[in-house]
Ligand binder design. Structure first.
Ligand code: SAH
Length: 252
């Protein structure tokens, strides 16, 4: 059996209890070495075979899984954050289906949650934004035209931009092109959220590229954009003394 596991954003104690248990029991671990904290591998059994997928092709990853399966062994495929966000798990799962190999998926804390935690921020402030757009600039992987960063920026919602901190000038330009954010709209860069070397930089959309350059941030970072970072908001109805909910009678 193959277990896809979300490693969390970096801090080793941010993996789930289920994920940790699977790591402890694995005969084989294939981890995404470019982003998964190697400290997590200390949980592995002494005789566990560990592979770093950063140096492997999809075929090589599958070959390791196939070999383990043939020997009746358990494999953990450890992905950074949550596997469902830019995790390239679909292609692995489809290949496992074709080979008749069973698998399951254990979620993890995505880096967009780790980044919000680093800033003690809430993406969904009433009266500010009730949506979070998770997106990226096109790189070698194209982004569908209708989802271009400028098109996404037209909504003015809370936004998290992955895989793009090496192209901050373009990010800034596209965000402004969308028409809903201004040069003054709050923004932030979070480098290696929850790792010991985490760095946070608060800026505005107009100073994003400059702020990134000054801080030397080019990779392993998220760009957060929106008024949720610094804006007046409305208090939630849920905790309003006058508001009746299923669990609490509102006071007049
Ligand atoms: N599945 C992962 C994302 C993988 S894509 C998740 O759920 O977080 C890789 C990109 O994620 C990086 O280029 C960077 O933009 C972002 N990223 C991953 N870990 C990060 C961290 N700890 N801090 C900031 N950004 C991170």
């Amino acid at each position: 059996m193959v277990h896809f596991v979300g490693a969390g954003p970096g801090a080793p104690d941010l993996i789930t209890l289920r994920g940790a248990e699977l790591l402890k029991q694995a005969d084989v671990i294939i981890y995404a070495g470019s982003l998964v904290n190697p400290a997590l591998l200390e949980m592995a059994k002494q005789d566990c075979r560990v592979y770093n997928s950063a140096t492997m092709t999809l075929e090589e990853v599958l070959a390791v899984m196939e070999q383990a399966e043939a020997a009746g062994e358990t494999t953990v495929r450890l992905h950074t954050g949550d596997p469902c966000v830019y995790g390239a798990i679909r292609e692995q799962m489809d290949a496992l289906d074709a080979r008749g190999i069973a698998y399951d998926d254990t979620p993890g804390v995505s880096s967009f949650c780790g980044a919000a935690a680093a800033l003690c921020a809430e993406y969904t402030l009433p009266g500010v934004s009730q949506s979070v757009i998770i997106t990226r600039l096109a790189g070698r992987t194209p982004v569908p035209e209708a989802e271009s960063l400028s098109a996404m920026a037209g909504h003015g919602t809370s936004m998290v931009i992955f895989l793009s901190s090496g192209m901050l000038a373009q990010v800034q330009q596209e965000l402004l092109k969308g028409g809903a954010y201004t040069e003054q709209t709050p923004a932030a860069l979070v480098y290696k959220a929850t790792w010991p070397e985490e760095k946070t930089v608060r800026c505005t959309v107009g100073t994003l590229a400059q702020a990134g350059e000054q801080a030397g941030i080019r990779k392993t970072a998220l760009v957060l954009v929106g008024d949720f970072l610094d804006s007046p908001y409305e208090k939630s109805k849920l905790y309003d003394p006058a508001f009746t909910t299923e669990y609490r009678e509102g006071r007049k």
